[in-house]
Design a binder for this molecule. Structure first.
Ligand code: TRP
Length: 342
């Protein structure tokens, strides 16, 4: 049986990069798979989080899932800390993963920065908890962005080593699902930087909670360049902009990619349509499609965040369903490892 698992950290504002790179794909996958979508609050505290803000952001990610169209009746939506099996399996994996494997993780190096001695030990073993998230449901497919591919490789290594060490065929070897045109959405102010919730300038990103006017204003003010829009010679054999084009005109590449993703059209088709036009015309059309798809979602999210009882009830029910799947698996793992459960 195929099962999807994925997670989003409640550690910053949800923005267009989260939506186009992740959440929108989660919605589409519900058609073909059993899906479990988690708000990974335990991962969030690997970096300092103010408790009140963490609570609020956990509700915000949940509202984002719901507003984007994840159906809580078919898919399971919950926050990680409510299901103890994640931590229980993570401990077992702390004892399976080799330190050498963790030392190769580029995300740890990026997030720990120069002062590694001061990073939390949770940040270091973060990938083991992520592997536990996935494998405690024996998920087979994991939709993630490019930046999480290395962690998924590690998840495969952990599953393999566990199976090997204990002489079992227990955990599946998961497959990453990397889809969609705009897996990488860049900053509206500087097209060479990723759109990020930690960017000090709010104008650099479109937040999922932005209303229609804010979305329109941010697109109008987005950095552009003075050339006309390119023709399809800017697109490579893989259907994406060539590295040379992205380097020369990062803002044009980013905005056109966003347009293609929001309209669900191929990039070549979109580029052909705007070739030779100026940014002003293009931005008008981009504003229309962005407002149409994001404006309404933002308003719905805001309504839901204000109704915390509804959001909390979704998380409570989701956690119950998640526990029902994870508990038999953690029981079997404990038996395999040799933990007594008298
Ligand atoms: N590490 C992921 C991120 O930062 C979030 C995450 C945690 C996750 N556990 C997961 C993603 C399991 C997929 C599957 O984006």
């Amino acid at each position: 049986m195929n099962r999807i698992f994925s997670g989003v950290q409640p550690s910053g504002n949800l923005h267009l990069g989260n939506y186009l790179g992740a959440i929108r794909n989660f919605v589409a996958l519900q058609k073909d798979f059993d899906c479990i979508y988690c708000v990974v609050d335990q991962h969030a505290i690997t970096l300092w989080q103010d408790p009140e803000v963490l609570r609020q952001r956990t509700r915000e990610v949940t509202a984002g899932y719901l507003a984007a169209g994840i159906d809580p009746k078919t898919s399971v939506i919950f926050n990680q800390s409510q299901v103890a099996a994640h931590s229980q399996l993570a401990w077992v994996f702390n004892c399976v993963t080799r330190i050498g494997w963790l030392n190769r993780m580029t995300q740890f190096k990026d997030k720990a920065g120069k002062n590694r001695e001061k990073a939390s030990s949770g940040l270091y073993v973060y990938p083991n908890l992520m592997a536990a998230d996935i494998l405690v449901y024996k998920a087979t497919h994991v939709p993630v962005g490019e930046d999480q591919k290395q962690h998924l490789e590690l998840t495969r290594d952990i599953a393999q080593k566990f199976n090997n060490d204990y002489g079992v065929e227990y955990f599946p070897i998961v497959e990453p699902l990397i889809q969609g045109t705009a897996t990488r959405v860049m900053s509206l102010r500087d097209g060479s930087k990723k759109m990020s919730s930690s960017d000090p300038s709010d104008a650099a990103r479109i937040n999922m909670t932005d209303d229609a006017d804010t979305v329109a204003k941010k697109i109008r003010r987005a950095t552009s360049d003075s050339d006309l829009l390119p023709d399809s010679s800017a697109i490579g054999a893989d259907g994406q902009f060539t590295a040379a084009f992205r380097e020369a005109r990062p803002e044009a590449a980013n905005l056109l990619t966003i347009y293609a993703a929001l309209t669900d059209r191929g990039l070549t088709d979109v580029v052909d349509g705007f070739a030779g036009k100026g940014f002003a015309d293009f931005k008008k059309e981009l504003t229309d499609v962005a407002v149409a798809s994001l404006g309404q979602m933002g308003e719905e999210m805001k309504r839901m965040v204000e109704d915390s009882q509804y959001v909390d009830s979704i998380l409570r029910e989701g956690a119950e369903r998640a526990r029902a799947i994870a508990q038999p698996i953690i029981d079997e793992v404990y038996d395999i490892v040799g933990f007594l459960r008298p």
